[in-house]
Every structure is written in structure tokens, then in C-alpha cells.
Design a protein around this ligand. Structure first.
Ligand SMILES: Nc1ncnc2c1ncn2[C@@H]1O[C@H](COP(=O)(O)OP(=O)(O)OP(=O)(O)O)[C@@H](O)[C@H]1O
Ligand SMILES: [Mg+2]
Ligand SMILES: [Mg+2]
Length: 590
């Protein structure tokens, strides 16, 4: 190892002749034996100019005027978030092995490269680059035509090679922004400092009983995007809204599951406090937060801790620390101070050159960018203003839509939003167009179809009902040919026994067609005049079967009416119309 690599932490980064060190290791660039897809090429890292770290005091606290928070009067809180999002690709970032799900058996998705076998070489996965590029576009970043990879060394058992490949000095994208809406206040623009590609680590679990650690290499080498925000947030609520908005963007782009519980989205939150009008304080970094609730709680605790420290030690500043969050006490705790901070000994990865993206490749990605959640929302509201009163259901629909796989090669089927739109305006094979009430369709989709799929532990992609099948089912209920209860039963049946038969045929087979209220049924004549013989005999049977209820009803106790109606509904297996039954029972008992 050249002696110049052995730098101390104070010498590291911008302060030292890093560029000179870089030259020493670039002599040996591994050539690529496998061809790279079009649009990608590698050049030796010599060609990359070192980027100076962005000075954080670049007037960032002037960007937003000081606004007093009554919870901590006289103090200003500054928050910046580093988000690690697992890239939703089938293969890892630098190896051919498949990415894994959290419940996969340990060490079943590991290639020799992931396990750092000597002699193995990395090869960048273009899908990961494409997905990161999509994210970069959605976050309005400037894309770097040339980016490079660095090694960040630390010696943990969950990092087999002893270093993580990341993009410390020349990231894929920089200088973006994300508009964040917090309830009850105007939107805030959070600037994005950079998006860098890096590898995830393995997972180690400690068994306190046997005092052993087990290493699972399944996660090792999975692609991550580190999305670093500028310190532009000023309250726990803004930080929470930022993470939620970012999560929605990642899902809409199909670049990450953004699933915080399962660890595919993790945040390091940097918090500092300063007195009104003063310069920004020293930040403390709270590592690895995996829920928005914890993020907000950790920030609240940090504000309390740091303001108390500054009041108790006037004239001094908060010691710079890396902290953890205790999920039981909702408090942060010290992990290490700046002095104990690891010296990562960054160096360019000699096996990976410069990643050069052609303009045509970048334009291709931009052309196929899926719609952002708020774009889809305003399009739907513009098209169907009635949905304004159904915002919650609309959000459910958009959330499900965000979670889907968004392909690159035109395999995007429109997702649940496309399905919804086709149901509202169905173009039939015979050339007719059937229009449906969007509020009714939205109810059926979110409450019934998605509800049933969730109960069956399925997702929208498992939905077996075509647009015309669900459309016809909704029409059957709307025209009262089947009751709402029968409609739900029919939907369950069609999900568990998928077939290409029409809902009318299936409903007839299952004897779900509603009992007509009268021989010539019309909604306005329900229960009035002569009832259908079948409904009439069901109601008469109920009156005979429930003599005491009938006596109570005759004595003026109208509450028992529900019981009699319920009895008839049960006997008719949900085929009778409850209003018609109610009217008929009243008429017969009178
Ligand atoms: N005074 C401050 N108060 C709060 N946050 C800050 C302050 N200064 C910087 N930050 C935030 O700290 C974060 C720094 O992240 P960055 O990845 O650049 O460096 P790092 O934390 O030193 O590196 P690592 O990736 O190894 O954790 C950014 O999100 C930035 O917005
Ligand atoms: Mg970082
Ligand atoms: Mg950090």
C-alpha cells in the first residue's frame, strides 16, 4: 500500500492530495471481457476531475427565512437526510446473482464476487443505473455523463471485501430538488445534493444465548441509491413529509419498493440546532431509522437534547456525534464521537473505471419516465372532478399504483390507475363505449377488489378479473340485477375460481340473480302493489317462523323489523332486496 494512502481522518478528503493518490492507483485498470450494453462505456478514472465537497454553509440557512416554532422558541432546527433506497432490480449491482427477499433462506443468493472471493471482478448492472437515472430525473437532478466508483473501507463482518463500493467523489447525479407539502403550510423545496450508487452490506444477526454472530450474504452487493438532501428541513414534520414524498417518488419510478419496515428504505438523519440569527450548529447524525414515526421522534428528542446541552454549556457547541435510536424509549443514544469516527480511506475502485453515459441513453430514459404521483392525481381530478370528495380512496388507488413494477420496454400496462380509467370508460369489443360513475368504480376498486386481494395476501398484479368482467359485475349491482351482498360474493368467487365466463353467467349458475320485488320490477315500485311470488312466500315464511317478533312489531316495536328482514335475507341467500323485504313485511304484518 503506498504510504500516501495512510492518511489520518483530518488529512482525508478535500484537505489532502487525494488526486495524487488517485493517480498512483489508476495505472492498472482491468479491461472488460464482457461487452457492456449500448449506451454504457468505461474510461479509466484518470479522466475524472475530483469534485470538491459542497460547502454546507453555502448560505443554506439564508435560503429560508427564520420561522419561530412555538415548541422551541428562539431556536432554529436544521435537518438534512441521507436516504438509502434498495434498487428494485432482479440482479445485484456488480454481480450476476439475484437479489433476495427478506424471508429467503440465508446465503442462497450469493455469487463469488458478493463473497469477495479473490480474483472476482465487478460488472455494473445497467438496470440499476437506469433506475437510478429515473430517480434522478424525477428529483430534477443534473445527470453526470461521467461518474466513478470509490472504495469506502471498514472492517465489519457484514462486509466481506472490507470495503463498500460507492460514489463518493463523482456521483451519478447532483443538484436536484423535491417539493414537499406539510399539512397546513405552504410547500417547502428540499434541495437534493446528490444521488450515488453503492452496494448494500450483508446482514449479521447476533444470538445472545450462544454468543455467536451469523452472517447472511443474501443482501451483500444489492444495489442502493444514497439520496443526500441539503440541510433544508426545519421541523420533524417537514422531515417526515420529505421521506414520505421521496418514498412515493421512488415507488412511482419503480426504482425502489421504498418499504421501510422491510429495510428497503433506511434513513440517516442529521440534526443541528442554533439560536435565532446565529450560524448553523454542529450536526449529530442518527443512523439507520426505519420508519417515519421513528424519524420524527428521533428529531424531537435530538432537539430537546441539543437545546438542553447548549443552555447548560453557554458558548460551546454540541459535540459532533453519530447516534442511534432506541425504539423502546424513543430516545437517541451516542454511538461514537467525531474523534472515534472511522477513517474510511476512500480510494477509487481500481476494477471499475469511469461510467460514461451517452446522451442518447440519458434521453431514452427521460422519454420513458413514468408519471409522478402528483401528476397522476391532478390528471384524475381534472378528468373526474367528482373524485374530489373521495380523496382518501383516490390516495389508496395511487399508492397501490406506485408500488407496481414499471418496466422499460413498453410492458407498462397502466397499472391500477389505467384499470380504473378503463372501467370508467370501457371500450367494448362491439364498438360501444360504456361510461360508469367514477365514484362507484372507485368504491368497487379500492374497497372491494383491492380489499379482497389484500385479504388473500395478493397484489393488484394477481387480479384475475378483466376490465369487462368487473365492469359487468358493477353494472349488475347498479341495475339491481344482483344485490350488493351478492356482488361481493360474486367477486370473491371470481377471484378464487378465475374463468373467462361473464359475471351474468356465473351469477345465474350460483343462483345470485336478485329476487324481483314485484313481478314487473322497477326500483320505484319496490314492495308496493303485488310482490313477486318467491319474495312473498319468503316473507310469509318469516312471519310464521318468528311469531313473537311479529307480535312485538304489531305492538309498535319497530326495532324487531331488522331481525325479520335479516331472517328473510338469510333465507334468500342475499338475493332479496332489503328495502323491498322491509316494505313487504310491514305490509303483511299490518
Ligand atoms: N448543520 C447541519 N445541520 C443538519 N444537517 C446538516 C448540517 N450540515 C450538513 N447536514 C446534512 O448532513 C448530511 C451529510 O451527508 P453526507 O453524505 O454528505 O456526509 P456524511 O454524513 O459525512 O457521510 P456518510 O455518507 O459517510 O454518512 C446531508 O444530508 C446534509 O444536508
Ligand atoms: Mg452520506
Ligand atoms: Mg452521513
Amino acid at each position: 500500500m503506498p504510504s500516501s494512502w495512510r492518511t489520518t481522518s483530518s488529512q482525508r478528503g478535500a484537505a489532502t492530495g487525494w488526486w495524487d493518490e488517485r493517480k498512483q492507483v489508476t495505472g492498472k485498470i482491468t479491461s472488460w471481457s464482457r461487452p457492456l450494453p449500448s449506451g454504457f462505456s468505461f474510461r479509466p478514472p484518470m479522466l475524472v476531475r475530483r469534485l470538491r465537497p459542497t460547502p454546507y454553509f453555502r448560505a443554506f440557512h439564508d435560503l429560508r427565512t427564520y420561522q419561530e416554532d412555538i415548541r422551541w422558541p428562539g431556536w432554529q432546527v436544521i435537518i438534512g437526510i441521507e436516504t438509502h433506497a434498495q434498487i428494485k432490480s432482479h440482479r445485484k449491482l456488480f454481480s450476476e446473482s439475484l437479489t433476495s427477499a427478506p424471508d429467503d433462506p440465508p446465503n442462497t443468493h450469493v455469487s463469488p464476487f458478493d463473497a469477495a472471493f479473490p480474483g472476482t471482478l465487478p460488472k455494473v448492472n445497467p438496470k440499476c443505473v437506469d433506475l437510478a437515472l429515473r430517480t434522478a430525473f424525477a428529483l430534477k437532478c443534473r445527470i453526470a455523463h461521467r461518474s466513478s466508483f470509490d472504495r469506502k473501507h471498514y472492517f465489519y463482518s457484514d462486509l466481506p471485501s472490507g470495503y463498500q463500493i460507492t460514489q463518493q467523489y463523482a456521483p451519478l447525479a447532483k443538484n436536484g430538488e423535491l417539493e414537499v407539502q406539510t399539512p397546513g403550510s405552504s410547500p417547502v423545496t428540499v434541495r437534493i445534493k446528490q444521488i450515488q450508487l453503492e452496494q448494500d452490506t450483508a446482514k449479521s444477526t447476533f444470538n445472545p444465548r450462544t454468543r455467536t454472530s451469523n452472517i447472511d450474504l443474501n443482501r451483500a452487493g444489492t444495489g442502493l441509491m444514497e439520496i443526500v438532501s441539503e440541510p433544508d428541513m426545519r421541523s420533524p414534520e417537514e422531515a417526515g413529509a420529505y421521506v414520505r414524498t421521496l418514498q412515493a417518488v421512488l415507488r412511482a419510478m419503480g426504482s425502489s419498493d421504498g418499504n421501510m419496515e422491510q429495510g428497503s428504505l433506511r434513513c440517516d438523519v442529521n440534526v443541528s440546532v442554533n439560536q435565532k440569527g446565529g450560524p448553523p450548529g454542529i450536526r449529530c447524525e442518527i443512523k439507520n431509522l426505519n420508519s417515519v414515526r421513528f424519524i420524527m421522534a428521533a428529531i424531537r428528542h435530538e432537539i430537546k437534547r441539543q437545546t438542553e446541552y447548549l443552555l447548560a454549556n453557554p458558548g460551546s457547541s454540541v459535540p459532533q456525534e453519530t447516534r442511534g435510536f432506541d425504539e423502546n424509549t424513543f430516545e437517541t443514544f451516542r454511538l461514537r464521537s467525531k474523534e472515534d469516527a472511522p477513517d474510511y480511506r476512500y480510494m477509487p475502485d481500481p476494477n471499475l473505471g469511469v461510467l460514461v453515459l451517452s446522451q442518447s441513453r440519458i434521453e431514452e430514459i427521460q422519454k420513458m419516465l413514468p408519471a409522478l404521483p402528483w401528476e397522476k392525481r391532478s390528471r384524475l381530478l381534472e378528468q373526474y372532478p367528482q373524485l374530489g370528495a373521495k380523496e382518501q380512496s383516490l390516495d389508496v388507488l395511487l399508492n397501490v399504483d406506485n408500488g407496481r413494477d414499471v418496466g422499460f420496454d413498453g410492458e407498462d400496462s397502466g397499472g391500477v390507475v389505467g384499470y380504473f380509467e378503463s372501467l370508467c370508460r370501457e371500450a367494448r369489443a362491439d364498438g360501444r363505449t360504456v361510461k360508469r360513475d367514477p365514484v362507484v368504480v372507485l368504491n368497487w376498486l379500492t374497497h372491494e377488489l383491492l380489499g379482497q386481494l389484500t385479504a388473500r395476501k395478493q397484489t393488484f398484479s394477481d387480479n384475475a378479473l378483466t376490465v369487462s368482467q368487473l365492469g359487468e359485475l358493477i353494472d349488475l349491482v347498479q341495475s339491481k340485477s344482483i344485490t350488493g351482498t351478492s356482488g361481493k360474493f360474486l367477486l370473491r368467487h371470481m377471484l378464487s375460481s378465475p374463468s373467462s365466463d361473464s359475471p351474468t353467467k356465473i351469477a345465474t349458475g350460483l343462483e345470485l340473480i336478485a329476487l324481483p320485488a314485484s313481478p314487473s320490477f322497477s326500483p320505484s315500485s319496490q314492495g308496493k302493489g303485488s310482490a313477486s311470488p318467491e319474495l312473498q312466500s319468503l316473507c310469509e315464511a318469516a312471519i310464521t317462523a318468528l311469531p313473537s317478533e311479529v307480535a312485538a312489531l304489531r305492538a309498535g316495536n319497530r326495532n324487531v323489523l331488522n331481525k325479520i328482514v335479516g331472517y328473510v335475507m338469510k333465507q334468500s341467500r342475499g338475493r332479496a332486496d332489503a328495502v323491498a323485504v322491509r316494505n313487504l313485511v310491514e305490509e303483511l304484518v299490518r
